[in-house]
Design a protein around this ligand. Structure first.
Ligand code: NAD
Length: 418
């Protein structure tokens, strides 16, 4: 078996968990049924660097059903579900390279092993795979038709590469599909981040002061859900428009320096670096909880935190206690990595259903249309977005109205006024 997983004997447990997830992924299931019939990805080699979760297993099996040869590795050292990795390798026969808690060397070795499939399509969550191709595995570039990117931070990196003229093959920004970020980033991150913080700490949300850094799609989802649990939510932002939205949505808006002494629980979701720094941490209350749900573990300044401490110890699973020189104790969750994936199970399957429907249709789109692309970052075609929304509504048993011929004409005209 071509794989590197923690324990292949966990496959049976993984199978049951994947079966559970699949029940909540009707859109991907319908795509899979078509893929089985039409084999649109026949012989296509795909390297997928994604969080190795139950939903990713359903995606990988869908791609395989379409005829693709898929290799899977983790897009984060802490997000792998070891039973799922074992299931993928043993029962789906998909070469999988991912171990929860792997160190940086193993993480990159696994990326290289996934790339050994000599991909024609790369599938990324954070752009580490693409970046490795561009820096260490350039010999692979001539055969690559295109790639897909799952998350905001990855899209930002790719757009920077395209702007600097160094991107060597076309990319589809799956993150920027409406059926992705409006649901996955907002409702998925909102629910799963709260889930991760609650599983790690078992703290009562009700009445707590919850500071959300960043009021983008992820931040607003988390703020909404934290408020729903009875927390008093403070937003920090750098964008005046987002700050204004947060204010008019009824939240308190403060700079981090003022929020720091007030918060009981902090979560960063900005895609930015050093959002919570040493000067903020030392001003926090004794017992404050720090977490991050943005893509990389750079949003909390871990070096600054280390400078301020006298001692640290693990105190619960996914929780490390830092005792600071000023005597206060600060609790860091999941080493400052994505708390929803490291301390919980990531997004609910029902929301990943749409994100991964976009991934599979984007892979099909690349395989059919790659000649038309430049070395740029493209959005998912509107028809794919609309089709996914239509399929999701149908699966949820929800019907909507259709425009009458009169309405079609009216909406395309300008002659009828007051
Ligand atoms: N946890 C998950 O499962 C998950 C899911 C999707 C996306 N993400 C990641 O979450 C991050 C945010 O994604 P998004 O889609 O919400 O992005 P977004 O661009 O919609 O929002 C980010 C917000 O952060 C704000 N911001 C930037 N720097 C800041 C700072 N120093 N202080 C306060 N606010 C600041 C920006 O103004 C923006 O409003 C990205 O890294 C993305 O990749 C995580």
């Amino acid at each position: 078996m071509n794989c590197d997983v923690k324990d292949i004997n966990l496959a049976g447990k993984g199978r049951l968990r994947v079966e559970w997830a699949r029940q909540d992924m009707p859109v991907l299931n319908s795509i899979r049924e078509r893929f089985v019939r039409e084999k649109p990805l026949d012989g296509l080699r795909i390297a997928a660097c994604l969080h190795v979760t139950t939903e990713t297993a359903v995606l990988a099996a869908t791609l395989k059903a379409g005829g693709a040869l898929v290799h899977v590795c983790a897009s984060n050292p802490l997000s792998t579900q070891d039973d799922v990795a074992a299931y993928l390798a043993k029962e789906e026969g998909i070469p999988t390279f991912a171990i929860k808690g792997e160190d940086a060397d193993t993480y990159y070795r696994h990326i290289h092993q996934a790339l050994d499939v000599k991909p024609q399509v790369t599938m990324d969550d954070g752009a580490d795979l693409v970046f490795t191709v561009h820096t260490k595995r350039q010999e692979l570039v001539p055969e690559i038709l295109g790639g897909t990117e799952e998350t905001t931070t990855g899209v930002i990196r790719l757009k920077a590469m395209a702007r600097d003229g160094v991107l060597r093959y076309p990319m589809i920004a799956v993150n920027d599909a409406l059926t992705k970020y409006l649901f996955d980033n907002r409702y998925g991150t909102g629910q799963s981040t709260l889930d991760g913080i609650m599983r790690a700490t078992n703290r009562l949300m009700s009445g707590s002061i919850f500071v959300v850094a960043g009021y983008g799609w992820c931040g607003r989802g988390l703020a909404m859900r934290a408020r729903g649990m009875g927390a008093r939510v403070i937003i920090t932002e750098v964008d005046p428009l987002k700050a204004l939205e947060a204010l008019m949505d009824g939240y308190e808006v403060l700079p981090m320096a003022q929020a720091a002494p007030q918060g009981d629980i902090f979560c960063t979701l900005t895609g930015d670096i050093n959002v919570i720094r040493e000067e903020h941490v030392v001003a926090m209350k004794d017992g404050a909880i720090l977490s991050n749900s943005g893509h990389f573990n750079v949003e909390i300044d871990l070096e600054g935190l280390a400078r301020a401490l006298t001692s640290r110890r693990p105190i619960r699973e996914s929780v490390e206690e830092y005792t600071l020189q000023n005597g206060k104790r600060i609790y860091l969750l999941a080493e400052g990595r994505l708390v929803n994936l490291a301390a919980a199970e990531g997004h609910p399957s029902a929301v990943m259903d749409m994100s991964f429907a976009n991934q599979s249709l984007a892979a099909e789109f690349i395989s059919k249309n790659h000649q038309k692309f430049d070395k740029q970052v493209y959005t998912v075609p509107e028809e794919i977005d609309a089709e996914i929304a239509r399929l999701k509504l149908a699966a949820m048993g929800v019907e909507i109205d259709t425009l009458t011929p009169e309405q079609v004409k009216y909406l395309a005209s300008y002659d009828l006024g007051t």
